[in-house]
Design a protein around this ligand. Structure first.
Ligand code: FES
Length: 360
């Protein structure tokens, strides 16, 4: 049985290469390319992106969320992925109007795509506390100079090693990390874990940071300089990409950072330690991380201190600051030991006030 319904006037539909058309709950991607109309499902095979809001590339409709492509008339995937297809519909033109037969839909077929390795089950390997240091200084890696935040981070990691911790150090200025492209702004569901960029760009190294946070590490020390009253630009580049971890809490009810402890090292020639710490702690709190008592150490010489060479000398020689870095490790270690001990927190708590949007 045919079930024809009118989409619109041909002359009007010809004005755009791609139009979304909706009947009830069914979405269509209506295209006009090379003098031919095509109507396929408006719902992408990947995670349901709105194909009718995408664009046309050659004969293919390109999904606006993560750029999968489907033939604008047949609904088939790109060459090599033809069997990954969305429904295509019969159409006809009568009296200058375009009609689609709702009952003519071909079958949707989703080819299995191997899950990304980072989506493996979160299972902590047995062993002692694993500490990850993340240096966010933006200095030129080819012409290194003394960094107060790096120096204190190195002191902390060396001390942690002497306590028997396994450690890893990531220096963001040596890593190729692309900026977040704001997939979340297209739709909460378009922001996937791991991030879309990680899934499509092999050269992007954010994967190592995700792996450290979600799978390998128990404890984290993030060091940052203060730049104009805020943390380093590389710190923000990293945490914007970590939106994909936080987003799993709200769209999928998945808590990826379990029993993770975070501490901070903040140094700056000038001021706003409290503002920087507050912002950083707020971010990691929102990811469900834990903090030891007194979760950061910091140093700044105040707004009017322009003699940076003296600041460098001060940090290099300050026993108090280096002892402070070690004491921070002690506090983090203790907290992490509790978290991963024989009775790790269940973490099945009620996220009152932070419920997943789908639960509203
Ligand atoms: S490419 Fe369409 S939803 Fe991801």
């Amino acid at each position: 049985m045919d079930n024809w319904i009118e989409i619109g006037k041909v002359e009007e539909l010809k004005q755009k290469e791609l139009t979304e058309f909706v009947v009830g709950k069914t979405k269509f991607a209506v295209s006009y390319k090379n003098n031919e109309f095509g109507v396929i499902s408006g719902v992408c095979n990947h995670v349901g992106g709105p194909l009718g809001e995408g664009h046309i590339d050659g004969n293919y409709v390109v999904c606006p969320w993560h750029f999968w492509k489907f033939h604008h008339k047949t609904g088939k995937g790109e060459p090599g992925y033809e069997e990954d297809k969305v429904p295509a519909y019969n159409i006809k033109i009568e009296d200058g109007k375009l009609f689609v037969d709702l009952d003519s839909a071909t079958k949707r077929n989703k080819l299995p795509h191997a899950p990304h390795p980072l989506t493996k089950k979160i299972e902590r390997e047995p062993g002692g506390v694993r500490l990850v240091g993340i240096s966010t200084t933006a200095m030129n890696k080819d012409f290194p100079r003394y960094s107060t935040s790096d120096h204190l981070l190195n002191t902390a990691l060396d001390y942690a090693t002497s306590k028997g911790c396994e450690t890893k150090l990531f220096k963001l200025n040596e890593m190729n990390i692309r900026a977040c492209e704001g997939y979340y702004s297209k739709s909460a569901k378009a922001c996937t874990f791991p991030c879309t960029i990680t899934q499509i760009d092999q050269s992007d190294e954010m994967e190592k940071i995700y792996d450290a946070f979600v799978h390998w590490g128990d404890a984290f020390i993030i060091s940052t300089p203060i730049r104009w009253g805020v943390a380093s630009s590389l710190y923000y580049k990293m945490v914007e990409r970590m939106n994909s971890i936080q987003n799993q809490e709200t769209i999928a009810g998945k808590h990826l950072l379990k029993n993770k402890v975070v501490g901070l090292i903040i140094t700056g020639g000038q001021d706003n330690v409290q503002g920087v710490a507050g912002s950083m702690l707020g971010f990691f709190a929102e990811l469900g991380c834990q903090f030891p008592q007194f979760p950061f150490i910091a140093h700044s010489r105040g707004w009017s201190a322009e003699d940076m060479e003296n600041n460098v000398k001060y940090v290099q020689e300050s026993k108090t600051l280096h002892d402070g870095a070690k004491a921070l490790v002690d506090r983090i270690y203790e907290m992490a030991s509790l978290m991963i001990g024989e009775n790790p927190l269940e973490q099945k708590f009620n996220k009152g006030g932070r419920k997943a949007s789908r639960e509203r």
